[in-house]
Design a protein around this ligand. Structure first.
Ligand code: 5GW
Ligand code: MN
Length: 348
């Protein structure tokens, strides 16, 4: 190769390199610019692009007045955040006026499911009447009642923006069947109402009543309630399913809290995934003739251990009427009523 050729090759190679660098630079810049533009576009119609954007984007009205927040003063008798940094909701940790003023303009709507099969229909009237007084007052609420006795559903006067729908379900003498089908029916309800603009759903036991506010402070992606019976106990005492053959199994030394089967909720798609998963595991266990210690509550606990709830509600959100109030419980919002098992359960 003579000198001239070497020069030509060098020039060609250098130009190629330069062009390459230039190309990379331009395409990067372009990507950056177009990315920003897309972001802006997404932002201006965020309602369509991210159906649950209000979950993360809390806009406060300009002039709402409320007590100054503090990071050094507040409740010290309870823990109000989990190790994965989800809030644990206790009275005194949130401002209801502020929260309502944030959520009101979002025009959110909340569904609630409640099962009243067989004699459990007797709990429905009180449940509905107290829900009217305390559950998301001032918001759009749609209660779905699942019952085998649609004619016995009581007439309860509901405020504008609140409605009730009755779904008929077959009677059953086996609690296991009612329990198993609860997850399935909630899953199906979410699939049917996917286009109804419902944002959040809560699934509640009917043998319970509201005594205090249950509102926007409870909203979150995946919401679990801490069981009132075990929250001061070591995790070794939690009644998780302990047989490894079950799909609800939680190993010793594992698990965060013991959560209630009687109340859970969150965004529609989150609760859909939860109910679908619990139902699948419940049915797969049943095929192998295994039933978890506390049926769906066990499956729910396993689910919540692997899928950390984004908000945890304190036992204020599901107390038990027979229990006396512990000092850290400043308000009882919702509680299970005392029931005569022999009287209400089909095969007790
Ligand atoms: C529950 C236990 C044994 C047999 C039947 C049932 C039963 C439950 C029933 O006959 N009818 C019915 O509607 N359920 C629904 O399941 C109710 O919504 C009830 O609140 C929920 C959970 O059952 P609970 O409340 O008896 O369970 P615990 O753990 O709150 O006592
Ligand atoms: Mn119950």
């Amino acid at each position: 190769m003579n000198l001239l050729n070497v020069k030509v090759v060098t020039v060609v190679l250098l130009s190629a390199l330069l062009l390459g660098v230039l190309y990379c630079y331009i395409s990067q810049t372009h990507r950056f610019v177009s990315f920003q533009l897309q972001d802006l576009k997404a932002d201006s119609r965020s309602a369509e692009v991210h159906p649950d954007s209000h979950e993360f984007h809390l806009v406060a009205p300009e002039h709402v007045r409320y007590k100054q927040p503090s990071i050094t003063q507040g409740r010290t008798d309870v823990v109000s955040v989990t190790p994965w940094l989800a809030p644990i909701v206790w009275e005194g940790t949130f401002n209801p006026v502020l929260l309502d003023s944030i959520y009101k303009p979002q025009n959110i709507s909340i569904a609630a499911t409640v099962f009243a099969v067989g004699k459990y229909i007797m709990f429905l009237k009180n449940f509905l009447e107290t829900a009217e007084q305390h559950f998301f007052v001032g918001f759009k609420v749609h209660i779905y009642v699942f019952t085998d006795r649609p004619k016995e559903v009581p007439q309860v006067k509901m405020a504008t923006d609140r409605q009730l729908t009755v779904h008929s379900v077959p009677s059953s003498n086996r609690w296991q069947e009612i329990s198993a089908r609860r997850m399935e029916l909630i899953q199906m309800l979410i699939e049917e109402t996917v286009h109804s603009n419902t944002d959040y759903i809560f699934c509640l036991d009917v043998d319970s009543q509201f005594h205090g506010r249950w509102g926007t402070e409870s909203l979150g992606g995946l919401v679990a309630v801490i069981h009132p019976g075990y929250y001061r106990d070591d995790r070794s005492r939690f009644p998780y399913e302990r047989r490894p053959q079950s799909r609800a199994y939680v190993a010793p030394g594992e698990g965060d809290f013991y959560y209630c089967g009687g109340a859970f909720g969150g965004l529609m798609h989150e609760v859909h995934l939860l109910t679908k998963t619990c139902r699948f595991n419940f049915e797969a266990d049943a095929k192998e003739n295994i039933e978890a210690a506390w049926q769906e509550e066990s499956h729910l606990n396993r689910y919540m251990w692997l899928n950390k709830p984004s908000k945890v509600l304190s036992p204020e959100y599901l107390w038990q009427d027979f229990k006396s109030r512990n000092p850290e419980i400043h308000i009882i919002r919702f509680s299970g009523v005392v029931k005569n098992y022999a009287e209400i359960r089909p095969n007790a």
